[in-house]
Write a protein that binds this ligand. Structure first.
Ligand SMILES: [Zn+2]
Length: 500
């Protein structure tokens, strides 16, 4: 092979690899389905369309001289002439006001603005930028996906891009989920690679209490308020429904209360308040309170949720982790199969552990299969109310029989190494009602229905802070009302202790 040919070959191989990665990711993302009525689920917009494959690419044969064959001559609208392409790029760069969707003005020449589109993926939003090349979009996606959770993008979020002079590469990319959070990629001149940069501007936290009386229902009362977003309403309903039987016990005159934390930057409120507390009090219901627990520094912890004061989790429909100890040995998606050595789609998650480890039901359901085969080994399949099914494979012992009704987190089996496996583990799978494998790692799953030990201690401390905050926020709101002062200047709350 000549040097030139080798370079071309290597380039093609890399290109195919990158395309495969990109498509695999898109396929993976397509399987996200939000958990019904889960507050976190709302953020996972189902991605309905895949990014279109590269259609403008020349067939590989063209490089090896087949000019005379009719088939290899592209239709004029398929391939743009290089000169035309360059001209187009120049035009696009000069025309700063092209499809700029953000209200924000460009800080300097050459910035292109984009937005995350409803029900579309990150790749599609990138490809909507004029002049964007597929390779450039893939480079951005691959440079940012390990740093930023691309599954939680929300429609309307901004990003901006600056192209290189030839218009083919990205020089700079900035994605801003809000006005204080900026994730950037910048081309390093020496290495030619995109470097990741993260900027979090300091914010001021302010608190407010939303409270009122019920006339018809809690949901209706919240709908009627302008200061309650759909997310806050959903969380409040979901949390309180765990402890209050609204249909039977709600009465006119019952009261509700919500404590919110807003973040401000230079006097401007950042959308998306954090909810720290909610309560419902009624003649028949009594008082029910829910406190937000933040599990250490990790915002993605499965333990961060709403709990009653005695540590009981308040997440309806959340799946229980099927094991006590989360040790993932193989995630969902494409992988090299550990036994066959071939590329295969892994339609679940593998949790490692010793043979005999208790396996729990991820949700309330009915046993529809207890069987054994040479691939799955001993397995149990449960069917759930929302038509999803959960699969538990490679078991050493099955502790249930077909037709049994199962409670959430009820032990149904013991971990084993039956079937085509290399060692003991649980293969846990979730199939949608439509028969599609879902990624369990993208489902809202909680570790425990009740906090214990160190976590319970930390939670009690946090609940105390919330109580303190409730009392003082009430006082501040009372003063505001008495003197009708309107919005407070920046720093008004600074004398109060820092948030936990
Ligand atoms: Zn598996």
């Amino acid at each position: 092979m000549s040097q030139g040919k080798r370079v071309v070959f290597v380039f093609i191989a890399i290109f195919i690899g990158v395309v495969a990665l990109f498509i695999a990711q898109t396929l993976d993302d397509k399987t996200i389905t939000p958990l019904p009525s889960s507050p976190e689920g709302e953020k996972n917009l189902p991605l309905k369309k895949a990014v279109s494959p590269p259609q403008k690419e020349k067939p590989i044969e063209q490089a090896s001289g087949k000019e005379n064959e009719i088939e290899s001559i592209p239709a004029p609208d398929e391939i743009e002439q290089p000169q035309e392409k360059e001209k187009k790029q120049e035009k696009l760069q000069q025309k700063e006001s092209l499809p700029i969707t953000s209200k924000e003005k460009a800080p300097k020449d050459g910035w292109f603005y984009g937005k995350i589109l409803p029900h579309k993926g990150f790749g599609e939003a990138l490809m909507a930028i004029p002049g964007m090349q597929l390779l450039a979009a893939m480079e951005i996606t691959n440079a940012i996906r390990f740093k930023v959770d691309l599954r939680i993008l929300k429609a309307g979020e901004d990003f901006k891009i600056r192209f290189s002079k030839d218009g083919l590469k990205i020089d700079e990319f900035i994605y801003s989920p809000d006005i204080v959070t900026h994730y950037g990629l910048k081309r390093d001149k020496k290495s030619g690679k995109l470097l990741f940069l993260e900027t979090l501007l300091p914010t001021e936290k302010r608190y407010r209490i939303i409270k009122g009386e019920i006339t018809t229902s809690l949901n209706q009362a919240l709908i009627e308020r302008e200061d309650v977003t759909g997310t806050i309403r959903a969380v409040t309903n979901n949390v309180l429904e765990c402890v209050v039987n609204f249909r039977r016990n709600a009465r006119k005159g019952d009261t509700y209360q919500i404590l919110l934390q807003d973040r401000y930057y230079k006097g401007k409120k950042i959308p998306g308040a954090a909810m720290l507390y909610t309560a419902y009090e009624g003649r028949r219901t009594g008082l029910h309170e829910a406190f937000k627990y933040i599990d250490g520094d990790d915002p993605k912890s499965a333990f961060s949720a709403f709990y009653t004061l005695d540590g009981k989790a308040l997440i309806p429909n959340a799946l229980r982790l099927p094991v006590d100890r989360v040790h993932i040995t193989s995630p969902f998606g494409w992988r090299i199969h550990p036994v066959t050595g071939r590329k295969a789609f892994h339609a679940g998650v593998d949790y490692g552990g010793p043979t005999g480890t208790p396996i729990y039901a991820a949700a309330k359901g009915t046993v529809i299969d207890v069987s054994q085969d040479r691939y799955s080994g001993k397995k149990v399949i449960l069917s759930h109310a929302d038509r999803t099914k959960t699969y538990y494979l490679h078991l050493s012992r099955q502790l249930v029989k077909v037709g049994d009704s199962i409670k959430p987190r009820q032990q149904i089996a013991k971990m084993g190494r039956t079937g085509r496996v290399t060692g003991p583990h649980l293969h846990f799978g979730i199939k949608s009602g439509a028969g599609k494998w879902l990624n369990p790692l993208k489902k809202h799953m909680i570790a425990t229905p009740k906090l214990k030990g160190k976590r319970m201690k930390l939670f009690s401390k946090q609940a105390k802070h919330i109580r303190w905050r409730l009392k003082h926020t009430k006082e501040i709101q009372l003063i505001n009302n008495l003197f009708n002062e309107g919005p407070q200047p920046e720093g008004f709350y600074k004398n109060l202790p820092e948030d936990f």
